[in-house]
Design a protein around this ligand. Structure first.
Ligand code: PLP
Length: 872
């Protein structure tokens, strides 16, 4: 019979066990093994059945067992110790508290998904897990962050396979009362909520759930409330589902509702009010509009409010794939704002203009969330050096007049939260080596000196650790494979072969990720015969574990999954290659440590960063990857392999796959397998072990989310907080007026005459040449501009490649026609073809960079006197 109503019955814990409830409700347990061990000892069987989720566990333990524990002095002592440890963690000073002043009082971090633990399945892949790792690292460092996201009733889908290998999607219903969440309440006990106005006098209401991620509160908005109409209840139904209106409503709820939720949270708890708002990808970009509306309500005009908001906003872009960027129909966006809808105080045309693709090739009828993100944030970044580069090129059209290198998008390379991703066995080895506290600090705070101790770990210990982890993975794979085959309709009698799947002594390669086409799940199948030879090699076999979900609407991706599954079903190879359905955090935590080699073969440069290889590295797994994302930045032959790419212009995609797959097979056959199987003194693969050691000691300190969050704090949050403080209503108004004045007057700005003291086209190294420039500023004054000499090596097209920029000084006396004269020295400090130019940029103390306005004046044609200079 089906129940007509559902309740969640919460356990009543005997008094002495009360602290268990606090421990269960703070997600720090998800990266704190001691807390998990404690829960496991409550009831090992129930713990396994609860999938390692403390809230679920406490809901299922028998009262008799609880009564027993309440009288168990040893258990209570442990409980007190673990509870005290959490208390210290939550209240003590950490890295942030030891920094100098000027840091933001709080930062609000918005993301459409958060991957914190499998027990809170609110993520689809890398973006969400990065967001989860960001919160955890912020907590470890004591950064006062507030996370903001949505609570999806179905989360992301669970994946199973049909008999013939076609992906099946399931959307289990998540009851928030059974999740590690609490509800944010008003002082009178009623649930705190918020509401957005929708066209047609409708409303979208949401309540606010609160997850505790160590020290960091995470607010999750949920539209499934009774006061909503049916359609609005479904707004937060699932991650990345539905059509574009559904998506728009999700993003409005996240951005606009999210700011309102932050305000409510600060009001109710006294938490410091955020000075900086960070949007993780464009989806949450509407947060800037809500903050503009707040300021307009206080009497500021739109342009001044825009300046004030930009100063305190950081935007991180995550994708170089244009299809990965949200773009909405302009008309759809227009309908959801304005008098009859949200933000009635703001002119809809101003909103629409923010998302306009005002660059060549831009689509006038679309509203681009990344473009809006860049316009609403004074500071922006990509997520690896290479991705920063690609992003500057991709968005260069928004800063016309500047070379792509000068586009104001920097990069902060992603990192991963080591305490979450390092296997307990690895951490224990580290603790034996340098002590538990230092090992914990090495993982969370970083610092390369702490990682140097890896050099002292004996070969034997490293190799035994690797074998243990590999063996655990083999057992895990068999278990998961059996479950999968039962789901695919096989009976136990047919599945005896599963006991022989994978071998704990065979070189193990992992490949797991979402399945968009650029990640090339099936590149390894390019030449099946060759792959089969590698798998079945008599002395040096390899075995491969593959996993990945295709987006539910992506049949192409599902076909790739099927192709791979069918290959793994072949009785000739099924003991050496497996596909595991339902890739997620729980699987990932077992998979990365157990692999010897982590494979990544995206189409360069479409992988913005990639983080799975970092998690693998932290467990001593070696990377084998295309030089894309983070690997392009940090790869060294001492600790991994680069798959050569054929990404030159004009290579036919099919041919490119052939070339890159062949390179992959060659590396595996000629370099990787021989090194893994060769034995030196002591019957150990010395050279392999050395690579493991190098991976840990050289990559370990770099790939940490702690390093990443510190960079965000120092390079983006701190300057954004300064800008936010400097931009009071008055200064914001001044800045807005100044920008308008400069934009209006810019056509009158010109470089009229350039002359040098050089008389010939060659000069000697070390010479200094005088530069004298006459400029016209029209209605602007010298305070509004900077005149710069830009010099450096030039290429065959006379483009300056590695530019040095030096400001020139006004001489004070205008020439006869009233033009200003600027002068400065040009030091010829590099040999070879050398060139210079002169330009004028707007300048103002409140700009983050001279490129901010996208305005520049350069000499036109015939104003240069004196010779170009060539150094010999
Ligand atoms: C780390 C992780 C990802 C992202 O990995 P990429 O290398 O960026 O593709 C995706 N899913 C899960 C479950 C992860 O743990």
């Amino acid at each position: 019979m089906k129940a007509i109503r559902r309740f969640t019955v919460r356990p009543v814990l005997p008094d002495p066990l009360r602290p268990l409830s606090d421990l269960a409700r703070n997600l720090r347990w998800s990266w704190h093994a001691e807390t998990r061990d404690l829960f496991q000892s409550v009831d090992a069987e129930a713990w396994a059945a609860a999938g390692g989720d403390p809230v679920r566990l406490l809901g299922s333990v028998r009262p008799a067992r609880l009564a027993e524990l309440a009288g168990d002095r040893r258990f209570l002592r442990r409980l007190t110790a673990v509870a005290d440890d959490l208390d210290d963690y939550l209240t003590g000073d950490r890295w942030y508290q030891s920094q100098s002043d000027g840091l933001p009082a709080a930062v609000a971090y918005f993301s459409p998904e958060f991957g914190i633990t499998a027990a809170l399945p609110q993520y689809s892949g890398g973006l969400g897990i990065l967001a989860g790792d960001h919160l955890k690292a912020a907590s470890d460092l004591g950064v006062p962050l507030i996370g903001v996201g949505l609570l999806y009733r179905h989360g992301y889908f669970r994946q199973t396979l049909s008999r013939d290998g076609w992906q099946q999607e399931h959307y289990p219903v998540l009851d928030p009362n059974e999740l590690p969440l609490g509800q944010l309440k008003e002082p009178d006990g009623t649930p705190a909520g918020l509401s957005l106005a929708l066209p047609g006098a409708r409303a979208l209401r949401a309540r606010i759930w609160l997850a505790r991620v160590g020290r960091v509160p995470l607010l999750l908005l949920d539209s499934d409330v009774e006061e909503n109409d049916f359609g609005e209840r479904g707004v937060t139904d699932r991650l990345y589902g539905g059509g574009s209106e559904h998506r728009l409503l999700q993003e409005m709820l996240l951005g606009i509702g999210g700011v309102r939720a932050v305000r409510t949270y600060c009001r109710l708890t006294g938490h410091p009010v955020p000075e900086v708002f960070h949007t993780n990808e464009g989806h949450a970009g509407f947060l800037g509009l809500e903050r503009i509306a707040e300021l307009c309500d206080e009497g500021l005009d739109f342009d001044s409010a825009l300046e004030a908001v930009r100063g305190g906003t950081v935007f991180t872009t995550h994708t170089p794939v244009p299809a990965g960027i949200d773009r909405f129909d302009r008309e759809l966006v227009g309908r959801h704002f304005g008098r009859d809808a949200e933000l009635p105080g703001i002119d809809v045309q101003r909103i629409l203009a923010l998302g306009m693709e005002t660059y060549p090739g831009g689509e006038p009828n679309l509203f681009n969330m990344a473009v809006m993100g860049l316009r609403l944030a004074q500071r922006a970044n990509g997520v690896s050096l290479l991705h920063g580069n690609v992003s500057r090129g991709m968005f260069a059209g928004l800063w016309p007049g500047f070379d792509a290198e000068e586009v104001p998008i920097t990069s902060v390379t992603n990192g991963v939260h080591a305490p979450t991703w390092v296997a307990p066995e690895v951490l224990r080895l580290g603790a034996r080596q340098i002590g538990a506290q230092r090992a914990e600090d090495a993982l969370s705070v970083g610092g390369s000196e702490r990682w140097d101790a890896v050099a002292d770990i004996a070969d034997q210990e490293i190799w035994e650790l690797r074998r243990t982890l590999r063996e655990q993975l083999v057992l895990e794979v068999r278990e998961r494979l059996r479950v999968s085959w039962r789901q695919r309709g096989a009976g136990n009698a047919e599945l005896g072969w599963i006991d022989g799947v994978l071998d704990p002594d065979v070189l193990t390669i992992g490949f797991a990720r979402r399945v968009p086409s650029y990640k090339r799940l099936t590149l390894m199948l390019r030449d099946r015969d060759r792959l089969m030879e590698l798998l079945l090699h008599p002395e040096r076999p390899v075995q491969i574990v593959v996993a990945g979900k295709a987006h539910p609407a992506d049949d192409g991706g599902k076909r790739l999954v099927q192709e791979l599954v069918r290959f793994t079903d072949d009785p000739r190879v099924r003991h050496r290659i497996v596909f595991l359905p339902d890739y997620g955090m729980a699987m990932a935590q077992k998979l990365y440590p157990g692999c010897d080699v982590w494979l990544n073969n995206p189409l360069r440069p479409l992988e913005a960063c990639g983080t799975s290889g970092m998690k693998a590295a932290l467990n001593g797994c070696l990377n084998l990857s295309v030089l894309d994302g983070w690997w392009d930045e940090w790869f060294q032959p001492d600790f991994g392999w680069a798959i050569p790419t054929a990404d030159g212009a004009g290579t036919d995609p099919d041919h490119r796959d052939d070339i890159e797959a062949a390179a992959l097979y060659d590396l595996l056959e000629q370099r990787i397998a021989p090194r893994f199987y060769e034995r030196g003194r002591g019957e150990l693969p010395d050279r392999w072990i050395e690579m493991v050691r190098q991976t840990l000691s050289l990559l370990g300190p770099k790939v940490l989310a702690g390093r990443m969050v510190r960079e965000y704090v120092e390079r983006l949050y701190a300057p954004a907080a300064q800008a936010h403080r400097a931009l009071t209503p008055d200064t914001a108004r001044d800045l807005a007026e100044w920008k308008a004045r400069v934009r209006g007057a810019w056509p009158g700005v010109s470089v009229d005459h350039v002359e040098t003291t050089a008389t010939t086209a060659t000069a000697e190294l070390g010479t200094t040449v005088g530069l004298r420039v006459r400029v016209g500023l029209g209605e602007l004054s010298p305070d509004d501009v900077e005149v710069q000499a830009v010099s450096g090596r030039v290429d065959a097209e006379d483009r300056i490649t590695d530019a040095t920029v030096v400001p020139l000084k006004p001489t004070g006396t205008p020439d006869l026609e009233g033009r200003l004269v600027y002068e400065g020295p040009l030091s010829l400090d590099r040999t070879g073809p050398y060139g210079y130019t002169v330009r004028i940029l707007p300048t103002h103390p409140l700009l983050a960079s001279g490129t901010e306005l996208g305005l520049v004046a350069v000499p036109s044609g015939d104003v240069v006197e004196g010779a170009g200079v060539l150094l010999r």
